[in-house]
Design a binder for this molecule. Structure first.
Ligand SMILES: [Zn+2]
Ligand SMILES: [Zn+2]
Length: 343
């Protein structure tokens, strides 16, 4: 095992990531050391760089979508061994709070680790994760596709099933067609719902159609609310997944809800959420929010992807050294789907 490795490190808001040489972490008794082969590039990293998400921890290796090969395991690790191809789950809960007892580690009151958020993540050659957080990849899945499931598809499973409880016959609007949006389109179709995808770019919407969206609405061109009302024959959408989180999209999302419609907030920005109480009350609308995912949901994402039911949309690959270029491309909207770094 080498003593040092390359990592793309965050040093606080307003600064680009720096490629540095840092020590290779040592695996404890319950840990695995994973040689990272692909790490997904998520909007979360842009929120770190802008300062919108500031957990006050720096320097830090970002990256929470981590696929790689197990290099070493601690003496108590039984579920994986060196050489196994794995996807690493990024939350390590305390194991004893009321959320961890329900296996809802994403809400843990006292996280031991959250890779790429409060502890070092996958923008490096190696990452140390808890052994139990390593899930073996199906043979059919490569590292690059697998990495994109770590947050995007798994977060989509959480919001579609655990939060929204999407049902057959409902109409869902996927408002924003990035990594999570593409997975939501597919999951809603698998649940028997009709899906309307809303996005700015023709190219991205075409991809949503390929993945099963029944209709698409071009945000830059169409009156989004009027289009959704027309497509639903005036009823509105039973579920709106809001992946953008700016004032305009949030207002549209509320306006397009059906009676008893559920609004699921996933994307966020500096903009506050404001809505007409009258509009919400007369519809008996439900406003929900969704953050992250559970280990069980990651297992489900891998199973679905392994069986070809959930397709990863790989938006390009970048060497680790070009992490900042990948983030610039994401910010500028030049990436369709999910890009990955190859450390
Ligand atoms: Zn906990
Ligand atoms: Zn993410």
């Amino acid at each position: 095992m080498p003593e040092t490795m390359r990592a793309a490190r965050y040093h606080g808001p307003g600064q680009p990531l720096r490629i540095e040489s840092v020590p290779v972490p040592a695996a404890g008794d319950h840990d695995a050391l994973v040689r990272v082969r692909a790490a997904g590039v998520c909007h979360t990293e842009l929120h770190f760089l802008s300062g919108l998400l500031n957990l006050g921890i720096a320097p830090l290796t970002l990256g929470h979508e981590i696929a790689g090969e197990v290099a070493e395991v601690g003496s108590h690790v039984r579920n994986v061994r060196p050489g196994d191809r794995v996807l690493a789950y990024y939350y390590q809960g305390c194991g004893s709070c009321r959320w961890c007892l329900r296996a809802e580690e994403n809400l843990c009151d006292n996280l031991r680790a959250e890779h790429g958020f409060i502890t070092d993540g996958g923008y490096a050659e190696y990452v140390r994760v808890a052994g139990r957080n390593c899930l073996k990849l199906p043979d059919t899945l490569g590292f690059e596709e697998a990495a994109t499931l770590g947050c995007s598809a798994t977060t989509a499973i959480h919001s579609a099933k655990s939060i929204a409880g999407i049902r057959q016959g409902e109409t869902a609007v996927v408002y924003g067609v990035g990594g999570i949006g593409y997975a939501l389109v597919q999951l809603c179709k698998l649940s028997g719902a009709d899906v309307i995808a809303v996005g700015r770019s023709e190219e991205r919407l075409a991809r949503a159609k390929d993945l099963g969206a029944d209709a698409t609405v071009r945000a830059a061109k169409d009156d989004v609310v009027a289009e959704v009302m027309r497509l639903t024959e005036g009823r509105g959408a039973d579920v709106v997944f809001e992946l953008v989180g700016v004032a305009e999209t949030m207002a549209n999302a509320v306006a397009m809800l059906a009676k008893r419609g559920r609004l699921v907030l996933i994307g966020y920005s500096e903009d506050p959420f404001t809505a007409s109480t009258v509009l919400l009350v007369i519809k008996e609308a439900v406003v929900m929010a969704s953050v992250g995912n559970t280990l069980a949901e990651m297992k489900e994402a891998l199973d679905l992807a392994g069986r070809g039911k959930l397709k990863a949309v790989l938006g390009g690959t970048y060497p680790l050294e070009e992490a900042n270029r990948a983030l610039d491309d994401l910010k500028a909207g030049r990436i369709v789907g999910r890009a990955v770094l190859l450390p």
